[in-house]
Design a protein around this ligand. Structure first.
Ligand SMILES: [Zn+2]
Ligand SMILES: [Zn+2]
Ligand SMILES: [Zn+2]
Length: 333
């Protein structure tokens, strides 16, 4: 029997298709292979191939845009939105449009071409999280921006155009719909129950345990009750906080440890899959402090979105979150 399940945050329905049940070995796994690339613009020594850096973690005595760094943040060479100009909202009758104002930055996560996020030591992962924190604080001073999204595409199948480990930050003049749905759903839950829906999820999942993957002092990793994709994983801070960038110092260290651990568990069980990783934080222009709760979503790319999903907005997921959680829980970290 298949089962229809409703996500408690967004109200989105998914079909957990247990008749077509898939175990990790049933997916046509597409492992990410990183090949050396002498023309890679992100490698140490090629600093001149990127726009000048906005932020960098540098060794003592090294100069900006030269060698001797652990991490660099640079503007995207081919930005989807540009910082220059004034925001101009207009429309043509029924249709709304605005000019392409925004910011698009790249975090180069390592000076070494072959080093992948899952293999990095915890302090290197924490450094990346701090760079996201710093860029979010800086970008939100620009009043044209309403949302800042940080995300990572790992592997060509997940949309990465360069192999060298990197993440992206995009500041937007609007709140994107996926975030809008979460914020509105969380607000409705709060109005009805006077509690944060994500805090409720944490309470229930840590108590029941069947969708719990791992936990440390600050962070809990769960397979959500109604996942859109097989092995979809959420990392939630135990302490309620709506903004990623407002977290206390020690939570970045805990998140870094959990992130490395979950990615290694996925690599072991799913054969180093391509994946997307994103940080959902509260929009800039509204006080969602009481009801929104920042989190990280990791989605390994194991299936393709097909006609049914496009047509209905329903997701068809062949692996139950209980099974996914058990597989990841049993894997060595
Ligand atoms: Zn490289
Ligand atoms: Zn909460
Ligand atoms: Zn989310």
């Amino acid at each position: 029997m298949s089962e229809l399940r409703k996500d408690p945050v967004t109200g989105r329905w998914v079909i957990i298709s247990t008749d077509r049940r898939k175990r990790p070995t049933d997916f046509r796994l597409e492992s990410v292979q990183i090949a050396p690339d002498p023309t890679c613009p992100f490698c140490e020594g090629h600093e001149g191939m990127t726009p000048p850096e906005i932020l960098a973690v540098r060794h003592n005595g090294s100069r900006p845009n030269q060698q001797g760094w652990d991490l660099r943040v640079v503007p995207n060479q081919f930005p989807v939105l540009r910082v220059e100009g004034t925001l101009d909202r207009q429309g043509e009758g029924l249709f709304d449009k605005m000019n392409g104002i925004g910011a698009h930055e790249v975090i180069i996560e390592s000076p070494r071409h072959l080093e992948q996020l899952a293999d990095m030591p915890d302090d290197a992962i924490e450094r990346i999280l701090w760079s996201v924190h710093d860029r979010m604080l800086d970008l939100q001073r620009d009043i044209r921006f309403r949302y800042i999204i940080a995300f990572k595409n790992h592997g060509t199948a997940a949309g990465a155009s360069l192999d060298h480990s990197h993440s992206q930050i995009i500041a937007l003049p609007i709140v994107p719909r996926e975030v809008r749905d979460e914020v509105d759903g969380a607000k409705a839950h709060f109005q009805a129950k006077e509690r944060c829906v994500f805090c409720d999820i944490l309470r229930q999942e840590t108590r029941e345990g069947q969708r719990l993957i791992a936990e440390n002092t600050d962070i809990v990793a769960v397979a959500p009750y109604a996942p859109r994709f097989p092995f979809e994983t959420w990392l939630l801070p135990r302490r309620h906080e709506s903004r990623f960038e407002s977290s206390p110092r020690h939570e970045y260290g805990s998140l870094a440890r959990m992130l490395g651990e979950i990615l290694r568990r996925m690599n072991r069980t799913l054969g180093s899959p391509p994946y997307n990783l994103l940080i959902h934080t509260a929009p800039l222009v509204e006080t969602a402090g009481e009801y929104y709760h920042w989190h990280v979503e990791i989605i390994p790319k194991l299936t393709k979105v097909a006609g049914f999903e496009w047509a209905t907005g329903f997701y068809l997921n062949p692996t139950s979150p209980e099974e996914a959680a058990q597989v990841l829980r049993d894997a060595r970290a």
